[in-house]
Design a protein around this ligand. Structure first.
Ligand code: KE4
Length: 427
C-alpha cells in the first residue's frame, strides 16, 4: 500500500518537532528513508498510517513484552481511567507495584518511582554521589543510561546510531567527573580507580548491554565490578531499565547472581506507560527526600494509570512457563537468522540475552563498543530496509536490541525467517 501517508505526516512533523520525532532513534536516520507513523498495534502486529501491517520487534523498545494492547492490561486501564488519571497524592497502587518490584528484585529494600529510565538513572547517580560524598562515576563506552547530563558521555543507543556519543551542552566541569571504561575489560576499570581511588562514587552498568546491540558480560566481569566497588568504597548501580524482566523476571542480577547497591528499572515495569524506578539498600535509599536530604521528585511519579499498567503486566508475567516460551521463541528466531546468514555467506554474529538479541554485521564476535563500532552499518541498513519491505519492523539501528514478546507466534517467527532468507540474499 506504500507509505505515502507516513511521508505526508513526516513532512509536517519535521517543521514543528526537531527531526520530526520525539526521540532520535525513531527517525530512521541510520537506515535511510523517513520513519513510519504508526496508527495502532495489537499483539505482535503494528500498523502504519497507510494501513500496512508489520510484525513488530521494537515493542516500544522493550516494554511490550506481553504484546500490544493485551486485553487484561487494557481492561484494567479502562477501569482505572474512570477513577481519574492523576492526583498528585499517594495511592495504594504505588505500594502494590513497589511490593511486586521488591519481590522480583530482592537486592532492593526500597524503591522510588519516576516517569522514565532517565529519571531513574539520573536520581541513582545523585544518590550515589551523596551517599559516598564523591563526584566521579564510571560508565562503559557504548552503554546508554538515558539522557541525564553526566551520562551523555561515550553513550550508546541513539547517540551511537547518530555517531554523536558525546552530546554538546554538557558542561565540561560536569563531564570531567564521568570516567569511561571498556565493557568486558576489568583492567580498564581498575585503571580509573588506581588513578583516582577516592573519586569514584559509583560504577553504572547495563545489566546486559543492549545499547550497542546486545553484548554479553564475559565470565567474571560483573563479579569483578562488584569486587572493585567493594575495594574502593564505590557503589554498583545496575541499570536494568532494559534487562529487567527481559532476561528473566528478576533481571540480569538474578541471571548473573550479582547483588548491586542500587538498581534502575523502566520499560516493562510500566507495561507501556511512563514508569521508571530506582531502588536499593535501605541505608542508601533512606537518604532520598523527604526521609533524607537528597532531593528527587516528579509530578507524575507513581501515576495511578501507569501503576495499573505496570501491576497488570508484572502479574501476567508471573504466569507459568511464560519465560520458557519467550526464550524458546528468541532462540529459534535468532538461531534461524544466524543459520540463514551463514548459508547466504554474509558475515554476521548473533548475541542473545533472554528475550532480546542482535545480529551484528561483523566478521568477529562483538564484546565491547570498539567491536560494535566496526560493524558494517551500511549492510545493516540494507538488511533493515529489505526486512521492512517484507513486513518485519526491526529496530532501525545496528546498535539496538531486537525485542521478542509473548505475542510472537510460531507463525510470526516462521514468517520472519522467511523474510530474513529473502533479505540476506545479495545484501
Ligand atoms: P528512558 O528515559 O528512555 O525511559 O530510559 C533510558 C534508558 C536507561 N537505561 C537503559 C539501559 C536504556 O536502554 C534506556 C533507554 N533505551 C532506549 C533504547 N535503546 C530508549 C529508546 C529511545 O531512546 O527512544
Amino acid at each position: 500500500m506504500g507509505t505515502k501517508k507516513s511521508a505526508q505526516i513526516f513532512k509536517k512533523a519535521v517543521k514543528i518537532i526537531p527531526g520530526g520525532v520525539n526521540s532520535p532513534v525513531r527517525a530512521f536516520k541510520a537506515v535511510g528513508g523517513g520513519p513510519l507513523f504508526i496508527s495502532k498495534a495489537k499483539g505482535s502486529k503494528i500498523y502504519d498510517a497507510d494501513g500496512n501491517e508489520y510484525i513488530d520487534y521494537i515493542g516500544s523498545w522493550g516494554p511490550m513484552i506481553l504484546g500490544h494492547a493485551h486485553p487484561k492490561v487494557t481492561a484494567a486501564l479502562k477501569k482505572a481511567l474512570d477513577k481519574g488519571t492523576s492526583y498528585g497524592a499517594p495511592t495504594e497502587l504505588e505500594v502494590i507495584l513497589a511490593e511486586l518490584t521488591l519481590k522480583a528484585f530482592p537486592s532492593m529494600d526500597m524503591v522510588r518511582f519516576a516517569s522514565s529510565g532517565t529519571e531513574a538513572t539520573m536520581s541513582a547517580i545523585r544518590l550515589a554521589r551523596a551517599y559516598t560524598k564523591r563526584d566521579g562515576i564510571i560508565k562503559f563506552e557504548g552503554c546508554y543510561h538515558g539522557h541525564g547530563d553526566s551520562l551523555l558521555v561515550k553513550a550508546g543507543s541513539g547517540m551511537a546510531t547518530l555517531g554523536v556519543p558525546d552530546s554538546p551542552g554538557v558542561p565540561a566541569d560536569l563531564a570531567k567527573h564521568t570516567f569511561t571504561a571498556t565493557y568486558n575489560d576489568l583492567d580498564s576499570v581498575k585503571a580509573v580507580f588506581e588513578k583516582a581511588p577516592e573519586a569514584v562514587a559509583c560504577i553504572i552498568v547495563e545489566g546486559a548491554p543492549g545499547n550497542m546491540g546486545v553484548v554479553l558480560p564475559k565470565e567474571g566481569f560483573m563479579e569483578g565490578l562488584k569486587g572493585l566497588c567493594k575495594k574502593y568504597g564505590a557503589l554498583l548501580i545496575m541499570d536494568e531499565v532494559m534487562s529487567g524482566f527481559r532476561l528473566c523476571y528478576g533481571g540480569a542480577q538474578k541471571v548473573y547472581n550479582i547483588d548491586p547497591d542500587l538498581t534502575c528499572l523502566g520499560k516493562v515495569i510500566g507495561g507501556g506507560l511512563p514508569v521508571g524506578a530506582f531502588g536499593g539498600k535501605k541505608a542508601i535509599m533512606e537518604m532520598i527526600s523527604p526521609s533524607g536530604p537528597v532531593y528527587q521528585a516528579g509530578t507524575l511519579s507513581g501515576n495511578p494509570i501507569a501503576m495499573t499498567a505496570g501491576i497488570e503486566t508484572l502479574k501476567l508475567l508471573q504466569g507459568k512457563g511464560l519465560y520458557d516460551k519467550l526464550f524458546k521463541s528468541t532462540e529459534t528466531l535468532c538461531g534461524g537468522i544466524a543459520e540463514i546468514a551463514k548459508r547466504r555467506g554474509v558475515p554476521a554474529q548473533t548475541a542473545v540475552a533472554g528475550s532480546m538479541f542482535t545480529v551484528f554485521f561483523s566478521e568477529r564476535p562483538v564484546t565491547n563498543w570498539p567491536d560494535a563500532k566496526a560493524c558494517d552499518t551500511a549492510r545493516f541498513g540494507r538488511y533493515f530496509t529489505k526486512m521492512l519491505k517484507n513486513g518485519i519492523y526491526l529496530p532501525p539501528s545496528q546498535f539496538e536490541a531486537v525485542f521478542v514478546g509473548l505475542a510472537h507466534s510460531k507463525d510470526d517467527i516462521a514468517k520472519t525467517l522467511e523474510a530474513a532468507d529473502k533479505s540476506f540474499k545479495g545484501i
